[in-house]
Design a binder for this molecule. Structure first.
Ligand SMILES: Cc1ncc(COP(=O)(O)O)c(C=O)c1O
Length: 477
């Protein structure tokens, strides 16, 4: 079915200039909760037991019946020995970094293209985040750049399966094996994605998923850790629930990082999470169908590159990640975003933040004002954060990345047809969007205010390269 053919003709005036928008009325939101979720939550409320935890030794230390049932279900679903439910994936990341035995001043390498929690989880244990560049095709951490960042204090790597596709876990596992590092997987955005026959997130020493409101499946706020390692599973459960009150050993090795938190998931969230998990596969499949329709419908539009899926990967499409060749188009990305938004395209992500350029990192202000933990005697080398450190990530951020958040509208064939029609209409009239000769210049990375050099920081001086992965052909025009 050619959905694009039935839409506003490509020659109708652009909505930006007062013409009829290609998408005449707002696309409906995605519906994630059903009567089965309502029934599960109601049952818990009627029981009166909204949490089964006690932060002291004993049976209730591991949580209530629904939490345990959800954990058993998640372990089976993701194909791991242990699943540990937590009250957010941020909590899960903090627990994971603690569980691997990080020492103050240890460095953990991660990607600048992720949510801030990936990096702050490291700081919460007085560890030092170090940023590697990303791969231009998949937007995931570039293993070659990771290897260049390894120093004497590197303890681990946190790979992030950004936008719904697994990072290059084979390459990262090999690097970690060679250098004796732990590998953590932040799979917040990619539950249900696969790497060959394995679930994304399960190829790390500890991985896990977010269950927050914006994700493929959710329970409002929540997360679940996955691991095959019984010792990590135990430590994660301890950190989740006031470990210090429970650990009876006197040994420093057992006490280390047993500064527990309250990361406990409630029974209502667990009951909903169980119902939601059963819906994950069809939801991911629906997004994959939407992505295939977009791939076909946007193919051939000049200067627009559709997402690349690495060989062996399936993509869960949290975000459908495009790239625009702004030089070839002679247009700044912001102008395209403006025109597409005016045509009614929902869920446009005009850029993605670079964590290494956040003020907290550039000025190294986290705990108090004195530069802790970077300035502590536990840190043996000075880590700098600043522009030029992750050139691929910075260029994508500043100029070329364009995402479509599929979770922001019901992405069935009809709405996706309308989105395609809107893109085709804008692309048919690019000439009208181009600035008068000499009127506007393309923004260079250095001109973007948030990327201007910090006054007191140097650069780490790394160079990004591509990870050398084999990729399936995407539509590049
Ligand atoms: C890549 C990534 N990491 C971590 C998180 C934090 O998860 P949560 O919101 O469940 O704490 C998110 C959530 O958006 C995320 O996308």
């Amino acid at each position: 079915m050619n959905h694009a053919a039935t839409r506003t003709p490509n020659h109708a005036a652009l909505a930006l200039f007062g013409g009829p928008p290609a998408i005449a009325s707002p696309l409906p939101p995605v519906v994630t909760m059903g009567e089965d979720d309502v029934a599960a939550a109601s049952e818990v409320i009627r029981s009166g037991v909204l949490s089964g935890y006690i932060g002291a030794p004993g049976e209730a230390f591991m949580g209530g019946a629904r939490v345990r049932a959800f954990e058993a279900q998640a372990a089976e679903y993701f194909g791991v020995r242990h699943a540990i439910a937590v009250n957010s994936w941020t909590s899960g990341l903090v627990a994971a970094v603690g569980a691997i035995g990080i020492e103050p001043g240890d460095e953990i390498i991660t990607t600048p293209w992720t949510m801030a929690a990936t990096a702050t989880a490291i700081l919460h244990w007085c560890g030092i985040p170090v940023f590697a560049d990303i791969d231009r095709d998949t937007f995931n951490i570039d293993p070659a750049s990771v290897e260049r960042q390894i120093g004497p204090r590197t303890k681990a790597v946190i790979a992030v399966d950004i936008f719904g596709q697994s990072a290059d876990m084979a390459a990262l596992r090999e690097i970690c094996r060679r250098h004796g590092l732990k590998l953590l997987g932040d799979c917040a955005q990619a539950p249900g994605a696969k790497v060959f026959d394995r679930m994304a997130g399960t190829l790390a020493d500890i991985g896990g998923y977010s269950l927050n409101y914006h994700k493929h499946i959710h329970c409002g706020e929540g997360g679940v850790l996955v691991t095959d390692d019984a010792r990590y599973a135990k430590r994660l459960a301890l950190i989740r629930n006031h470990a210090e009150a429970v650990v009876q050993s006197e040994s420093p090795a057992d006490l280390a990082n047993m500064l527990g938190f309250n990361f406990r998931m409630g029974e209502i969230e667990a009951a909903i999470a169980s119902v939601q998990l059963a819906k994950l596969a069809p939801r991911v499949a629906a997004r994959q169908r939407a992505a295939a329709q977009l791939d076909a419908g946007l193919a051939g539009l000049p200067g627009l590159k559709t997402p690349r899926v690495a060989v062996g990967n399936t993509h869960a499409y949290y975000i459908y990640g495009l790239q625009v060749d702004v030089s070839a188009l002679g247009l700044p990305r912001a102008r395209l975003v403006e025109a597409l938004k005016a045509e009614g395209v929902p869920g446009l992500v005009g850029s993605y933040q670079n964590l290494h350029l956040l003020p907290m990192f550039r000025h190294k202000v986290a705990y108090g004002t004195g530069g802790f933990p970077w300035a502590s005697p536990y840190c043996e080398r000075t880590i700098h954060y600043g522009p030029g450190q992750c050139p691929v990530a910075e260029q994508l951020h500043a100029q070329t990345f364009l995402g479509l958040a599929l979770g922001q509208f019901a992405h069935g064939p009809e709405p996706i047809g309308q989105v395609i029609a809107a893109f085709r209409k804008v692309w048919a009239q690019l000439d009208r969007l181009r600035p008068e000769p000499g009127a506007v210049s393309m923004p260079a990375v250095a001109e973007i205010p948030s990327l201007a050099p910090a006054p007191t920081q140097g650069m780490q001086g790394t160079q990004g390269t591509h990870g050398g992965r084999r990729l399936t052909a995407g539509a590049t025009a």
